[in-house]
Design a binder for this molecule. Structure first.
Ligand code: SF4
Length: 311
């Protein structure tokens, strides 16, 4: 099979920025006739493999990510490992995202596997579009085709994100106890991290809302109400989401993967600055995972029900 036939297969590890970019990536590759292979949702094997590959100090999200990369090694021509440094001034990503291609290249240095990167670093004049054109170039595709595919993919991404935000809006108006989950999307949605929390809330008759699923531009502006100096893009989106939803919810769960530098600081700030809403700080690690989480969620929901005279 040759690249000219556009049958190259690109692996997408189902972790970390996959949860932010999967529509954009999948639509882009599909437009170009490039096949994509997505790793399975996180399972025990992926978690254990990732934990074995990472240094102990790595955050749980990174351990899980390495497990997903391992699951794709040898199954595709390239594995997409993005490097997202920043979207401009005071719009940085956690340094792990900046180091990811180097880190993965080092961990898998013995493997005969090619990696593809999507390098976004606006401060170094590498915006999202140029990162996608570069991916197209590496795959042997014309700049014109890549540009067209990027534009189409961007439309698909916007439409999909709009639907998700609208669903959140509808949920925020539903009658019942509403709890806002403040977490990075890859923590909130991973089956071995936040999914257990959302599932438990639903089973308990609580409406879970997500702080990260809000209009991003508005969220960035409103994040200043809680912190005018926070420089991490995703944390700012979450802060903005809390600023938007705090009056609509009965409680807030701060959900993090251990050890997370940005969350350690930002969650402390939220606990100090957001008053009048019950809050639960949940930190998940690779040893205990979601064990014990149900008990803490149960007590948290009871506190809210008791406060509202529903217990
Ligand atoms: S923001 Fe936190 S959870 Fe995410 S990659 Fe950085 S340290 Fe890990």
């Amino acid at each position: 099979m040759t690249m000219e036939q556009h049958t190259t297969a690109v692996g997408l590890p189902r972790a970390m920025l996959y949860y932010r970019y999967h529509t954009l990536w999948s639509a882009f590759f599909q437009e170009l006739g490039v096949e994509t292979v997505v790793s399975e949702p996180t399972n025990r094997e992926i978690l254990e493999q990732g934990t074995a590959l990472a240094i102990d100090e790595a955050c749980l999200s990174l351990k899980i990510y390495l497990g997903h990369v391992a699951a794709l090694v040898g199954k595709c021509d390239y594995i997409l490992v993005p490097r997202v440094s920043n979207f401009g001034r005071h719009r940085n990503m956690c340094t792990r995202f900046e180091a990811m291609p180097d880190l993965v290249g080092n961990v898998f240095r013995g493997a005969e596997q090619k990696f593809l990167t999507c390098d976004i670093d606006v401060l170094e004049k590498k915006d999202e579009e140029s990162a996608f054109l570069e991916m197209g170039r590496v795959l042997g595709l014309s700049a014109k085709a890549a540009k067209r595919a990027y534009k189409q993919a961007k439309k698909a991404e916007l439409a999909q994100y709009r639907v998700r935000v609208q669903k959140q809006e509808a949920l925020s108006r539903r009658e019942g106890i509403r709890i806002l989950i403040a977490a990075h999307s890859y923590v909130a949605e991973d089956p071995y991290m936040g999914r257990a929390v959302t599932d438990y809330l639903r089973q308990s008759g609580v409406i879970p809302l997500r702080a990260d699923l809000v209009d991003r531009e508005t969220a960035l502006k409103r994040s200043r109400e809680l912190s005018p100096t926070c420089k991490w893009e995703i944390s700012r989106e979450i802060l903005g989401g809390i600023a938007q939803r705090r009056d609509q919810v009965d409680g807030i769960i701060l959900l993090s993967a251990f050890p997370c530098g940005p969350d350690a600081m930002v969650n402390e700030l939220i606990l100090r600055r957001v008053r009048g809403v019950p809050m639960l700080n949940l930190v998940l690690d690779s040893q205990s995972g979601t064990a014990g989480v149900e008990t803490r969620l149960e007590s948290f929901i009871d506190i809210i029900r008791f406060k509202e005279g529903k217990l």
